[in-house]
Design a protein around this ligand. Sequence first.
Ligand code: FAD
Length: 344
Amino acid sequence: LRALSRRPLHFSTATISRSASTLILAEHENGSIKAQTLSAVVAAKSLSEENSVSLLLAGSGRSLKEAAKHAASCHPSVLIADSDKFEYPIAEPWAKLVQMVQQSGGYSHIVSASSSFGKSILPRAAALLDVSPITDVIEISGSSQFVRPIYAGNALCAVRYTGANPCMLSIRSTSFPVPPSSADSKSNEAPISEVDLSTLDEDYLGKTRYVGHTSQDVERPDLGSARIVVTGGRGLKSAENFKMIEKLAEKLGAAVGATRAAVDAGFVPNDLQVGQTGKIVAPELYLAFGVSGAIQHIAGMRDSKVIVAVNKDADAPIFQVADYGLVGDLFEVIPELTEKLPEK
Ligand code: FAD
């Protein structure tokens, strides 16, 4: 299945219209554009010419200004919506903003990453614009031809968009890796245009109210873009034991992942969940301890370059996708591995 999902599907035509223009819904944090958005830019370059790609950033204050500067140093066109209304990335005002920007800009495509941000905003904006979004795209074969996984990644579906403009897409960032050079800043900075928000409907918030924001204050790589991921499953048996996974990840400079069973059992918070209903990852190395390999988990990590699994059950399905498998007790293997790895 892993081999199949990597084989490209071919369409007869792959034309890019010269009049195509793409709007990207950009995510930013601490004054920088997030990696998922850079992947969306890579995807957008297959839809329209580079100078017809615009990044839309919303927010307020210094963080937005810095993120806009970052965007302008790498990309030809940047639009910003600077208002307290966008201090937090709440889907309702964002969806209204996208509708407004589309009405004035007439873009042929609107693209976001398939992140929590994109999954929340894109369908709402699509409903306001009365079009059907195409989600989780893993391959772009032309301006209206796409490939997306279905049945938890067990089959690939070729889709042709025949609706009205804009064609709205969310892309799976692991399928559009960012070449190192495109993340670098260029010396020429693009102009930053401000979106006129005077006509933004005052009813923009609907029934949503901002309550609060919590984030883990750990210096670990982001799960979605880490080079190495160490994942623990129900086999860890407790939150206390799960710390073994964190210690190993620390030594490897890796991100920590978990199965849904581990999350449901309260070992770790749900933002670490990998799988169909969690994060999709494709690191260079994926280490799975005490993970059975349920289809919904495999759906989130099958594209990892090298998969290593440790499980005491030799028949565990995870061994069917693993490049290296060790039948053994994780309570012996993890401490030994952690001890033998050199200090960073
Ligand atoms: P288990 O299946 O219980 O496996 C634990 C494994 O640990 C076993 O293979 C066992 O042999 C091994 N083990 C136990 N003790 C040791 C030891 N000492 N040493 C070594 N090995 C040991 N799951 C996800 O992960 N992500 C998702 O996004 C997701 N989405 C879902 C969506 C839907 C709609 C549904 C229905 C399910 C979803 N699930 C998801 C749940 C999924 O079906 C499995 O239940 C889950 O992945 C199992 O997690 P697990 O492998 O940790 O637990």
